[in-house]
Design a protein around this ligand. Structure first.
Ligand SMILES: C[S@@+](CC[C@H](N)C(=O)[O-])C[C@H]1O[C@@H](n2cnc3c(N)ncnc32)[C@H](O)[C@@H]1O
Length: 224
């Protein structure tokens, strides 16, 4: 395990998010799971990309853990009072961050055209089914062999449909266990060898019984 440039407490303690907007960002538990995932995985590379910047919590976790260059894509940073940028500056991470101020559907094809490659990608931008699918469509083409792709809001039906399609149609990806029910990680394990006519029916990606129970309790009492 490597020593990351910033501790989890340093990041959490310095991120400012308006109290009434807290639900926009990943939770502290999800941030901790992401932090632990990034420090415990044996990285071959360190190139990271993320869709959905907002207040910069997940960006700070990713950049603060790897200490490497991080690319974030989001057209609406001004609507967040540039607080994502300010949080990254406060943590000394802004110099290593590139913000592409645009929609992912135009930023990702440009990155692909520039032959950029990433080892880790986080999807937390637009939350419509077609947007999530499109983000996956491009990000997997930008992903290095063995690279990881993390989905937020993995319990939303639209995300689970995208995950269900991957589970049934993309044998070149494997699903990894994550402790947080709202996160899902897939890893590229081989090349895409599908013939042009390939298609397999798919369903909502299943939750484990434990996660289903946890989500039910969460819905009833509000939080875990
Ligand atoms: C849930 S927030 C992201 C929170 C952030 N990942 C965190 O945990 O700190 C979703 C973000 O996606 C951005 N967004 C919405 N549609 C987008 C799109 N089509 N392309 C890129 N970003 C988008 C919004 O501006 C917003 O900042």
């Amino acid at each position: 395990m490597k020593t990351p440039p910033l501790s989890f407490e340093q990041i959490r303690g310095n991120i400012r998010i308006p109290q009434n907007k807290r639900s926009i960002s990943i939770t502290d538990d999800e941030a901790a799971a992401l932090y632990n995932f990034l420090i415990s995985h044996n990285w071959k590379g360190k190139r990271t990309v993320e869709i959905g910047f907002a207040y910069g919590y997940s960006a700070a976790i990713i950049a603060g853990t790897t200490g490497a260059l991080h690319t974030v894509i989001d057209p609406f940073q001004k609507k967040y009072g540039n607080m994502g940028i300010r949080n990254m500056k406060a943590l000394g991470l802004w110099k290593n961050t590139t913000l592409i101020a645009g929609y992912s559907h135009w930023a990702l094809p440009l990155l692909l055209k520039k032959k950029r490659v990433f080892d880790f990608a986080f999807i937390d931008g637009g939350h419509l089914f077609d947007g999530i699918f499109l983000d996956f469509y491009y990000l997997e083409k930008l992903l290095s062999p063995g690279g990881f792709l993390l989905f937020h809001d993995a319990s939303l039906p639209q995300t689970r449909m995208v995950l269900g399609w991957i589970a049934s149609n993309r044998p070149d990806f494997r699903f990894l266990q994550v402790s947080q029910p709202n996160l899902c990680i897939v890893q590229r394990i081989s090349n895409d060898k599908r013939p042009w006519w390939d298609y397999h029916h798919f369903n909502l990606y299943g939750l484990s019984r434990f996660n289903k129970l946890k989500q039910l309790i969460r819905r009833i009492i509000g939080k875990i």
